[in-house]
Design a protein around this ligand. Sequence first.
Ligand code: FMN
Length: 326
Amino acid sequence: MIDREMIATWLEVACLAPSPHNNQPWAARAAPDRMILRLDHQLLPLLGPDRVQFIALGAFIENMSFAAAVDGYRLAVDELPVVPRRTSEIMVRFRDGAKPGDNAAIMLEGAKRRRTNRGRYESILPSGATEQLQAVPCEPATSLTLISGAADRSAAADLAARAMHVLFSVPELRRDLAPFVFTSADAPRGIGMPIESVNPAASTKVPGSQWVLELASADEEAEAARARFEHAPLHFVVSSRTDTLPGWIAGGRTLQRVLVMATVLGLSHCLAAGPSEIPTLLPTLRRLVDNCEGRPLILGRLGVPSFPEQAIAAPRRPIADFLIGS
Ligand SMILES: Cc1cc2nc3c(=O)[nH]c(=O)nc-3n(C[C@H](O)[C@H](O)[C@H](O)COP(=O)(O)O)c2cc1C
């Protein structure tokens, strides 16, 4: 039996999870010994498969598990249907009596501090960081590939650039992104990304949607992404053995473990979903992970940030917004 105050402290951490364009697509219903999660349909883009949305739900669950672990609870996800539906429900059960591991408090602090930094990273990694990331335990049927060789990093940078070019060249994709970028000319909001975190050189005087729809240049955004990805000392790909709902949830949990461990190690991160979501880019991403069995889910880069202040906090919806029946 878990009281609502404890659940609320777990959800405060859960909702700090990353999500596509910071849409925070989660809806939750809590019972004394479990939580039921699903996608909030109002926050889903018109285009695209829901893979990235369920990956975000996986990251949400993983963050919740960091908070629960410190309170002596372990989370277990019930078996999931293989075929995903937008309405699929994910049952997460709370089991008490789990002794917190040695680094439970450290990981929880890392989960609270984690933020995307889309700026430039230093070319050198702290010693031992790669080994510690490689040792992050992956969820069953998921894997982590670290990419440190110059040629492969260059290929990953090319993918990130091409993905950005597609995002800003396809009108429907721009329209999906537009509601999720805001400036000081917009009213305050609980979802989306501050324009400074997307492009620090962009004008803050026009609404974010206007910048996305009219002012952003596909070539410039793509070249900026290439330069920043090319410069990062370490890239990674999280893959799942199957391209299914359980694979996406488990992949999101592995992704979040990697991002939080990176934060604990003093590294920043930045993700690029396009290379795994855009069909023309996926084959190259597959080659980068040596065609390992399974489906690459997401590409990211890691490194010591050259400009830590570029990790600008993205807002979060209050718990009452996504906890149904609260
Ligand atoms: C599945 C997934 C895909 C994402 N794809 C991208 C991406 O392609 N480019 C990017 O800059 N950020 C990407 N992000 C990061 C989000 O934009 C970021 O998490 C969100 O804006 C919230 O900011 P925060 O990570 O600082 O909390 C992605 C995040 C997730 C979970």
